[in-house]
Ligand binder design. Structure first.
Ligand code: MRU
Length: 349
């Protein structure tokens, strides 16, 4: 199942807010609709947000014609700005938009058709690269896992969140295919239940043995020695190895360290923010209070109660055992191992 596809000049995507009850696909040729879909989490997960945004810019270019040649750049810049304003934490969004901006800057302002083709080619390339990065992450990641292991994961870092088989879930599904996985435990992931709604749905589709827990149960499982490793995705990784991911990740990392359980982060290199030296400056999205007090249509708190709802937290690098990217396994000191990655990235051009 593909969460997102380009079909005949339109973007077709699975509305993830409707899972697991309904597999509902939307089709659009409107960049505003794409931006709204990202904002309301119909399209979500750091890599998929980047891919969708890249297609969004390609869609925006399709409404250009030769009579508005002069306004083409301004039109695209406003589409890029709109997409950039949707969600602040996942760096993949800005990384993909930057790639589209470079395509636009390289355009000689001659043929609109060339510009449209180039933007679409770049979006398809970003999509394809992400699928390949997921494969590589999965191959590197399974080498970290013991045989017959039980893994705990948080949120959804699977096929629904990427252009391929997923990052954390990519490792898990590969371990299952190779007969190395015993069981997966999935945090429900309050308040929007990405674990319960999405990861549980993916595990069911793949027939991987899995158990859903409310977030608070993770400590009990670790105490009972039922978890061999925690594997999660990431929305942004700073150069010292601090990791922003779905809120609740940090508490898992602290728990894992206390119980002597390895804590692995899986992400493509597009999730590394080469400009950010530590995680303290990572912008953290705050969500609407109603997602906490009225999630899924039922009020569960008194009216007008104060709510603090950060969507992500930052796990300090000292709690991270290793970061698995498509370039390999990075270990502490991350400021050295991730710096090596930049050198390789620059050499690769
Ligand atoms: O708010 P979401 O559902 O977009 O949050 C998603 C996560 O936190 C994922 O773990 C992260 O984006 C990695 S997805 C491969």
């Amino acid at each position: 199942m593909k969460p997102l596809e380009w079909i005949d000049g339109k973007l077709k995507f699975l509305d993830q807010t409707k899972l697991p009850l309904e597999e509902f696909f939307c089709e659009t040729d409107d960049v505003v609709f794409v931006a709204e879909a990202i904002k309301r989490l119909a399209i979500r997960g750091a890599p998929l947000i980047g891919i969708a945004a890249a297609y969004g810019v390609a869609l925006a270019s399709l409404s250009l014609n030769h009579s508005v040649m002069k306004e083409a750049r301004a039109h695209l810049v406003s589409a890029i700005d709109l997409l950039a304003s949707t969600r602040p934490t996942a760096i993949n969004l800005f990384w993909a938009l930057e790639r589209q901006r470079r395509v636009m800057d390289a355009w000689q302002a001659d043929s609109i058709t060339d510009l449209q083709n180039n933007l679409l080619d770049e979006a398809k390339q970003i999509h394809q690269e992400d699928a390949e990065m997921c494969e590589r992450i999965s191959s590197f990641g399974i080498e970290l896992l013991p045989n017959d292991c039980s893994i705990l994961t948080h949120c959804n870092a699977g096929a629904l969140a990427t252009g391929g088989r997923g990052t954390a879930i990519g490792i898990i599904s590969k371990a299952w295919e190779l007969g190395r996985l015993k069981h997966v435990y999935m945090d429900e992931t309050r308040p929007l239940l990405q674990g319960a709604r999405l990861t549980a749905w993916e595990m069911k589709q793949a027939k991987i043995p899995a158990t859903l827990i409310v977030d608070n149960v993770a400590a009990v499982l670790m105490q009972q020695r039922k978890i061999d490793a925690v594997v999660v995705g990431a929305d942004r990784i700073s150069m010292n190895g601090d990791v922003a991911n779905k809120v609740g990740t940090y508490s898992l990392a602290v728990l894992a360290k206390h119980h002597g359980i390895p804590f692995y982060v899986a992400a493509p290199v597009s999730t590394i923010d080469v400009q950010m030296s530590t995680g303290k400056d990572i912008p953290i999205e705050e969500r609407d209070a109603r997602e906490v007090t009225e999630s899924f249509g039922k009020r569960t708190a008194p009216e007008s109660v104060n709510v603090y709802s950060p969507a992500f937290d930052v796990t300090p690098h000292e709690f991270v055992t290793a970061i698995v990217t498509n370039q390999g396994v990075h270990r502490a000191p991350f400021s050295v191992s991730l710096k090596r990655f930049i050198v390789r990235r620059e050499r690769a051009g």
